[in-house]
Design a protein around this ligand. Structure first.
Ligand code: ADE
Length: 253
């Protein structure tokens, strides 16, 4: 049976996913708890990714090696970089890059040494499915979030974007850093701390990978505002609803 690896960046997201698994069993490897079970008839392994590239790459490697995941999906939050990418929107990655990779002059800036590339593409088929699932959920966003949350975070008409997601071992929380990143990687839609690392691991194993990020902030001076509340009230609900919608449309293998 096909095994779907679900990596959640946030405790709240993982808890919401685990509440959907009637039969989950905990298996601890490398100091991480992997939850093996079923969701809507699909065999799944859910795990907290942990934060940062090395931690997430370690988690992904165990997911592939020990749990034989043959598709990996990642959910979490990100800082919006694209001009039109607003708090409350969802970004589905089409590709990933490490913005802090720089082995120049030995290799071109951003190229991952010995991989011959700076960018890793997301699986196109799974990503399109994610976009469709996200669009379906966001078209009813008030239903999923409740009107108090919508008002609290002043969410307008949230949109789904698809494009480049960049990762680095730094939380971007100043407007100066935001501006520098926009100049460095003009086509980046969102910034986070894990996606490119997990994409690199999955690429090495030839396993399809897709990632979905709810935009929690604009990676600027206000980036820390109400972060926990946003995760609880918005991001976790979106992730759960979108994953659930995706699984319901994916034929059980
Ligand atoms: N995840 C969510 N917001 C982020 C930011 N501003 N920088 C890095 N990772 C993030």
């Amino acid at each position: 049976m096909a095994v779907i690896g679900i990596m959640s960046a946030l405790h709240e997201e993982l808890s919401a996913v685990l509440a959907m698994l009637p039969d989950e069993q905990r298996v601890s490897v490398a100091g991480r708890d992997f939850w093996v079970g079923h969701w809507q008839g699909h065999a799944v392994v859910a795990v907290l990714s942990r934060i940062g590239k090395v931690a997430a790459a370690t988690t992904a490697t165990v997911l592939l090696e020990r749990f034989a995941a043959d598709t990996v999906v990642f959910t979490g939050v990100a800082g919006g970089l694209g001009e039109r990418v607003q708090v409350g929107d969802v970004v589905v990655a089409s590709g990933f890059m490490q913005h802090d990779m720089d082995a120049s002059p030995l290799f071109p800036r951003h190229e991952v040494p010995l991989y011959g590339r700076a960018r890793f593409v997301a699986d196109p088929a799974v990503s399109v499915q994610m976009v469709l699932a996200a669009q379906a959920v966001l078209s009813r966003f008030e239903l999923h979030l409740g009107s108090a949350t919508v008002a609290n975070f002043r969410l307008g008409a949230p949109r789904v974007h698809q494009g480049l997601v960049i990762s680095g071992d730094r939380f971007i929380a100043t407007s100066a850093e935001r501006q520098a990143l926009r100049l460095l990687v003009p086509d980046a839609l969102a910034v986070e701390m894990e996606g490119a690392a997990v994409a690199q691991v999955c690429w090495g194993y030839g396993v399809p990978f897709a990632a979905l990020r709810t935009v929690s902030d604009r990676a600027d001076d206000a980036a820390h505002t109400d972060f926990q509340c946003f995760i609880r009230e918005v991001a976790s609900r979106y992730s759960l609803a979108i994953l659930s919608q995706w699984l319901s449309q994916r034929a059980a293998a």
